[in-house]
Design a protein. Structure first.
Length: 314
């Protein structure tokens, strides 16, 4: 049928869930610097909201999350993304004396290289970006706290991106702020792509992106979030029977398809309440609710606050 109201109107080539979710996180506040370390050394990064990234160019070192049982070895070419927000240590050996990473690295401007103990043994790039979105940490909960990229193809793409970001920070030119924003988002996308290709994600929306049938359903929901989706509609998009789709979706993500859709709608609504002057009725309609009362009840259930309270606090 040609009537757009009676066909699936999502456009998978123009929208995908990973891009949608990262857009809502809004990576910002980039602080990338190089490190050239020699001898025995150790840097301690305090717990902070945001995402840490390290890329090793030559040599190697150890990386340890303070609440982890064992450290992770990083070798030349490795790229690691840390999303948990906890304290982290980067060091040559377990007996090296710890020094504050922020205090040491801030001695050089963003984009420049800090030299430790004369350098020569381990060289790389490290940095962070904070998440400006309304619930970046909640959205990142599905991502492993350590994303260690070892694939040669993925490592190359990530390292080139980090070097470009360093260049923009070191030598700002017109448009550098926008380019840096796009590069930071690209780093997250590349790292999570690599993780999906080479590892098994835990039960989450991220895990569903590695399952083609479920990815089609997620793409449909994100592309037309206000549509009155039914379980049968989503199963048809996935190319599965209703019962098989429902069982598989819950097995992989840990929630039902409609529960996921409702939660995503409320995340979008929260962002619109916080960043726009749109009326509650307009925001409700934009995520598929004709009734403000029904929208309010769903919003409070997911966000633990009424829409008006949320807007006031934002």
């Amino acid at each position: 049928m040609r009537d757009g109201r009676n066909i699936y109107r999502y456009r998978p080539n123009l929208m995908d869930p990973l891009s949608d979710i990262l857009r809502l996180m809004r990576p910002c506040g980039y602080g990338f610097r190089g490190l050239d370390a020699g001898g025995d050394w150790a840097l301690a990064f305090t717990a902070a909201e945001g995402v840490l990234c390290f890329a090793i160019e030559t040599g190697g070192c150890w990386l340890r999350l303070v609440d982890a049982v064992a450290p992770t070895r990083l070798e030349a070419g490795d790229v690691v993304l840390l999303t948990g927000g906890g304290a982290v240590q980067l060091y040559s050996g377990a007996t090296a004396e710890l020094r504050d990473a922020a205090e040491f690295l801030s001695r050089v401007p963003p984009g420049e290289v800090a030299t430790l103990n004369g350098g020569g043994d381990c060289r790389g790039i490290g940095g962070f970006f904070s998440l400006e979105g309304m619930d970046g940490r909640g959205l990142l909960a599905a991502v492993p706290s350590v994303v260690h990229v070892r694939s040669d193809t993925s490592k190359t793409a990530l390292y080139v991106g980090v070097q470009r970001l360093m260049s923009e920070l070191r030598d700002p030119r017109p448009g550098s702020e926008l380019i840096a924003s796009h590069l930071a988002q690209a780093l997250l996308v590349e790292a999570l792509r690599a993780h999906l290709e080479h590892a098994t994600a835990s039960q989450s929306w991220l895990a569903a992106l590695s399952v083609p049938t479920l990815r089609r359903a997620l793409t449909a929901m994100h592309a037309d979030v206000a549509r009155r989706w039914t379980l049968q509609d989503l199963a048809a998009v996935a190319g599965m029977s209703r019962s098989s789709f429902a069982a598989r979706f819950e097995q992989v993500t840990g929630e039902t398809p409609i529960a996921y859709l409702t939660r995503w709608r409320m995340f979008l609504a929260a962002d619109r309440l916080a960043t726009s002057g749109r009326s509650l009725a307009d925001v409700a309609a934009s995520v598929g609710y004709d009734s403000e009362s029904a929208f309010g009840a769903a919003f409070k259930r997911v966000m633990n606050s009424s829409p008006r309270q949320y807007r006031t606090r934002s």
